[in-house]
Structures are given as C-alpha cells and as structure tokens.
Ligand binder design. Structure first.
Ligand SMILES: C[S@@+](CC[C@H](N)C(=O)[O-])C[C@H]1O[C@@H](n2cnc3c(N)ncnc32)[C@H](O)[C@@H]1O
Length: 425
C-alpha cells in the first residue's frame, strides 16, 4: 500500500523514491498516517487524494531541505564575475537583472545571491530576485530570515559579520538583504510558469533534479529553458549536469560550476556573446574566479560539507593527486571532463583507465559520474571498489556513508563516517 502513496508522490512532486531511500519515505508515510488519525494505509491514501492539506503535510516530511549559504562557493564566484563583466562593466547596460532560485528551500541560496550582488555593488533598484519552493515550512523559515550554525558551512564566513546580527536563537539576516528576495510557493514540475517565459537572466536550479527520474528531469529542464531569457545563464548542481540538461543547454565549461546557456539562445546579445572570453579576461584582471583547489585544501572541510554537493575537482584535489605520468594525466583529464559536465567522455575515460590500470581514482571518479547520472547502485559499487583498493580513501568513505544513510542503514553510515574521519587524519 505504501507503493500507491509513493506513486502519488512521484506523480505530484516528482519524488523518485530511490533517490532519498525507500526506508525514509516509508517511515515518513507511517508517521503521517499516525498523525492523520486514519486507521490504515488505504484510508490514509484516500485522505491524501481528497485533502490538499494532508498531502502538503506529507510533502513536508519527505522533501530534503538541506542547504547552506555559499553552498559550493565556485558557482557564486562565477555568478559574481558574470554580473561584474556582463552587467556592471558595460555602463550603458541599465536593464533590470532578474534572478530565480528554484528550489530555494529555507532561503540560503537566494540570500547568497543577494549578498553577492550587494558586495559587487549592483544597484538594488535594478534587481529582482524570485525564489520558489514546494515546501511552505521552508518558505516560512526563509521569510523569517533567522539561521543557525548549520546554515554556515562554507570555508569563508566573513559574510556572516557583514550581513547578520547575532541573536539568542541564531543569526538574523539584515533587512537590507532580506527585503531583496521575493519568496513564492511553487512546484517546478506541475505549475504553469508560462507568464514568466523568458523572464530570468540567471536561474539557479541546484540539487532538485537529482530527486527526479529521467522523465521528470526532462520536463523540469524544459521548464527551466522556458523560464530563462535567450541570453540567460543556468546553474545546476554538480550531480545534475547530465544528458537531460545537455539536450537543451550548452555548458560554459567553467571549472567547478555547472553553468549553462541555451543551445538555441541569443549568442549575439551583449551578456552572453563571447561570454567565456570576456569572463576569463575579467577574472584574470580582477582575480574574481577562485580556484577550486585553493578553496578546499583540508580534508576536514570535505567532511563538514555534504559530500555529494561539491564539485568533482574539489574532491579530487583534496587528495593532492598530481599529473606525474600517463596514468595520472589521464585521471586528471577525466576529472577535467567531469568538472566541465562532459560526463559521457569522463565515464568512458574512467572505464578505459580501470581496464588498463585498475586505478582507484578512476573508480572513485566513475562513482561520482554515476551519481551525477542517477545510477546510484552503480555509484555505490564504484566507491566500494575504491576503498577495496585504497582502504583509507576518505572521500569514497563519505560517499558510502551517504549511500548507507539513503538506504536507511544508519549504523553502517556512522561507522563509515568514523572511518572517513580517521582516514582524513
Ligand atoms: C536540497 S534542497 C536544495 C536547495 C538549494 N537549491 C541548494 O542547492 O542548496 C531541495 C529543495 O527542493 C524542494 N522541492 C522538491 N520538489 C520540488 C518541486 N517539485 N518543485 C519545487 N521545489 C521542490 C524541496 O522542498 C527542498 O527545499
């Protein structure tokens, strides 16, 4: 019977149960059933069909609101560079800048966008930031703008002093930033966004597509394509730059950020035009693009952040792998391809490396690539092979811990995490 409810969740919000773990969804269903006062699952299922509020309560229990300020760092460096080079430097550019964060969860991502724009001196009266999420509880927290330590996980926390006030229950975001984001309730898969067609200059859609199956990913990608302006830039999460995104978008091939423009977009427009050339020239001059490697040098940091949301090179860079011979040069090449979103090429290079050298790094990278294309059990098997070859491979251990959590095996997850901590020491 849980199955019928799982299908309902899949139909209505796109939740692919295997992406979050069957055990955790079934537990959520059982808890909601108890709170609903229904006698059994069939009665509860009927209630879900007839009561929108009851369905919303279940949604709150199954969504993953995990997020934090400046999550992954690099996309925000790229975004800042894009704004400075494309929107601030051409002085004649007086267009309104419209940015969308979907899903925005508890607000950390859109507020990060607002802080980046404030820091770059972007005029507030030329700015519109919309933020959408399906979880009303998350949106309520976002609007309240009070955050605890868990939302501050990035290596550089200087923004905390600038934009937050310490209060008893945590940190309150200053009004100046809070007032710049408009929060809306919405379902990316089901809602009609046709009124906003071509509206947004930049769209952040990170860490949502991973919860959808391929069919729903395709329809979400179409929606994102519709929402984005012809010369707009789309940021997705590192595990999401897959074939569905590549079918409508073209990667900007910027290391550590999965940034895309429309394949059928308006390349001649001032903002995109020769974006890569202008952006690189700009970052060389202003040093705005920080290298992923220099940002993530401690193994501690990897373990602090949720491992599945870091760029590939951050993982690989941490172990300090260098290009010393053919084998290592090929690993570096595979890593580079994965970083740029060329997942198929990265996969075939890894398979080649494994066949020729049984290389542990190649197994690990292949695990990341499989994760990125939602092949979770294959990813898990690659991480197991990595630790078989290198038992103290901290990053592979962290990934295995996440897989164990997802499979509902918290004992195994804890033991893997402990091993990862020991390995990183
Ligand atoms: C892991 S958070 C990602 C937040 C942020 N983008 C980030 O990367 O830090 C995923 C969010 O997706 C939201 N969500 C799930 N399904 C959705 C849907 N169909 N439409 C809109 N939001 C959805 C959840 O409520 C949750 O807040």
């Amino acid at each position: 019977m849980c199955e019928k409810i799982e299908i309902l969740l899949k139909d209505k919000i796109g939740l692919n149960i295997s992406s979050v773990g069957t055990a955790s969804v079934q537990n959520a269903i059982k808890r909601c059933l108890v709170n609903s006062g229904c006698d059994d699952l069939e009665q509860y299922y009927q209630m879900l069909l007839s009561s929108e509020d009851e369905f919303k309560r279940l949604v709150e229990m199954v969504v993953i609101p995990e997020t934090w300020f400046f999550r992954d760092d690099v996309p925000f460096d790229i975004f800042s560079g894009h704004i400075k080079s494309g929107w601030l430097i051409p002085k004649e550019n007086s267009r309104m800048l419209k940015v969308l964060s979907v899903p925005c969860s508890t607000g950390e991502e859109p507020y990060t966008i607002a802080m980046v724009l404030d820091k770059s001196g972007f005029p507030a009266d030329r700015l519109l930031i919309d933020a959408i999420d399906i979880s009303q509880a998350s949106l309520d927290k976002a609007v309240a703008g009070v955050y605890r330590d868990n939302s501050f996980r990035s290596a550089d926390l200087t923004f905390q002093t600038t934009y937050f006030k310490k209060i008893e229950s945590g940190y309150r975001l200053k009004e100046k930033i809070r007032g710049r984001v408009n929060f809306h309730h919405g379902n990316l898969l089901k809602d009609d966004f046709s009124l906003m067609k071509g509206c947004y200059d930049v769209v952040f859609c990170r860490n949502l597509l991973i919860y959808f199956d391929s069919k729903d990913q395709k329809s979400a990608v179409h929606k994102l394509h519709d929402l984005l302006a012809p010369d707009g830039v789309l940021f997705v999460g590192h595990a999401e730059a897959n074939n569905n995104v590549n079918s409508l978008f073209k990667s900007l091939r910027l290391r550590g950020a999965f940034a895309f423009v429309k394949k059928d977009g308006d390349e001649s427009h001032s903002v995109v035009g020769d974006y890569n050339k202008r952006f690189h020239a700009f970052s060389k001059k202003h040093g705005s693009m920080l290298s992923v490697r220099s940002r993530h040098t401690s193994a501690d940091q990897v373990l602090k952040n949720s491992a599945r949301n870091k760029p590939f090179s951050a993982y690989m860079g941490i172990a300090g792998y260098e290009t010393k011979n053919d084998e290592q040069a090929l690993v570096s090449k595979a890593k580079e391809l994965a970083d740029e979103g060329a997942l198929e090429e990265a996969e075939s290079l890894c398979l080649d490396l494994i066949a020729r050298f049984s290389n542990a790094d190649a197994y690990y990278l292949l695990g990341l690539v499989y994760e990125a294309s939602s092949r979770q059990s294959m990813a898990e098997s690659m991480f197991r092979k990595t630790i078989y070859l290198v038992p103290d491979h901290a990053e592979a251990l962290v990934h295995l811990a996440l897989h164990a959590e997802r499979n509902g095996d918290s004992g195994e997850a804890q033991s893997l995490r402990r091993r990862a901590v020991r390995a990183s020491q």
